[in-house]
Design a protein around this ligand. Structure first.
Ligand code: SAH
Length: 240
């Protein structure tokens, strides 16, 4: 059985008990890592927020194995990286090791790890997905926000939205969560500029020391949104 463990968005305490037990039992834990280059020719170094969370939970480094998936729009490169990871995962499994693959937030929510999950499943390898706290749920909690109330509807979208779509959906009364916000900076600015009366809750690096929450539309207009950011937009509530 290969277990896919959701780590939550950054705060190590936001993992589930089930997820923690799976990590504690694992012989090898595959963690996604990001590549950094100090200059064009310089050496590549890797950092892994996922590995930091795993270590903060008391798991020894010797159980951690990093894998790198290119984040470019070229999904072919990512697919090749996951094919390679599938080979490593199967090798560890043949040695009868307890194998865990981790993902930040919830592993079944906008997580590219599904390539690997689907591939293993297609090859009749037993897989299990252990649920976790997605970033937007943790974000709402840190701000004391009740994301949706009573009969309200929630729409979660990636950063492919146009300004027109955002505005019409919020006007319709939907609460909109934008993931991968860095991909739709211009659309968000148009929405803020034309509808400063909407309520904006911007979150960056939720669950880490760098966590930031901004609700002032004017401040949001001057910001640039990094990869680990999301935005919740809603219409002001009507007074009864
Ligand atoms: N599986 C993750 C989502 C991965 S998609 C989850 O369940 O939350 C990556 C996007 O998630 C980022 O572009 C960002 O919009 C959001 N995200 C993930 N972690 C975040 C964090 N700690 N703070 C803010 N946004 C985060």
């Amino acid at each position: 059985m290969i277990r896919f463990v959701s780590l939550g968005p950054g705060d190590p305490e936001l993992i589930t008990v089930k997820g923690l037990h799976a990590l504690q039992k694992a012989d090898v834990i595959f963690c996604p890592a990001t590549a950094h280059k100090s200059s064009e020719e310089g050496p590549v170094s890797f950092s892994s927020r996922a590995a930091e969370i795993v270590q903060a939970l008391g798991i020894e480094q010797k159980h951690i194995s990093l894998f790198h998936v290119p984040m470019s729009r070229d999904r072919e490169a990512a697919r090749r990286a996951y094919d390679q990871l599938a080979v490593e995962v199967c090798r560890a499994r043949r040695k009868r090791m307890e194998v865990v693959v981790v993902a930040e937030g919830d592993a079944g929510f906008y997580s590219s790890i599904h390539y690997l999950f689907d591939k293993l499943q297609a090859n009749q390898i037993e897989v299990e997905l252990i649920a976790g706290v997605p970033a937007f749920i943790a974000a709402g909690a840190t701000a004391g926000l009740h994301i949706v109330k009573q009969t309200e509807r929630l729409l979660v979208i990636p950063g492919t939205a146009t300004a027109y779509e955002l505005i019409s959906q919020v006007k319709e009364g939907q609460v909109v969560v934008i993931m991968k916000l860095s991909a739709c900076q211009a659309a968000v600015r148009t929405c803020i500029a034309t509808h400063p009366e909407f309520l904006y809750y911007y979150f960056e690096q939720v669950g880490t020391k760098e966590e930031l929450c901004v609700t002032d539309p004017a401040q949001l207009m001057s910001m640039s949104f990094p990869y680990f950011s999301l935005l919740i937009i809603r219409k002001p509530e009507e007074k009864r």
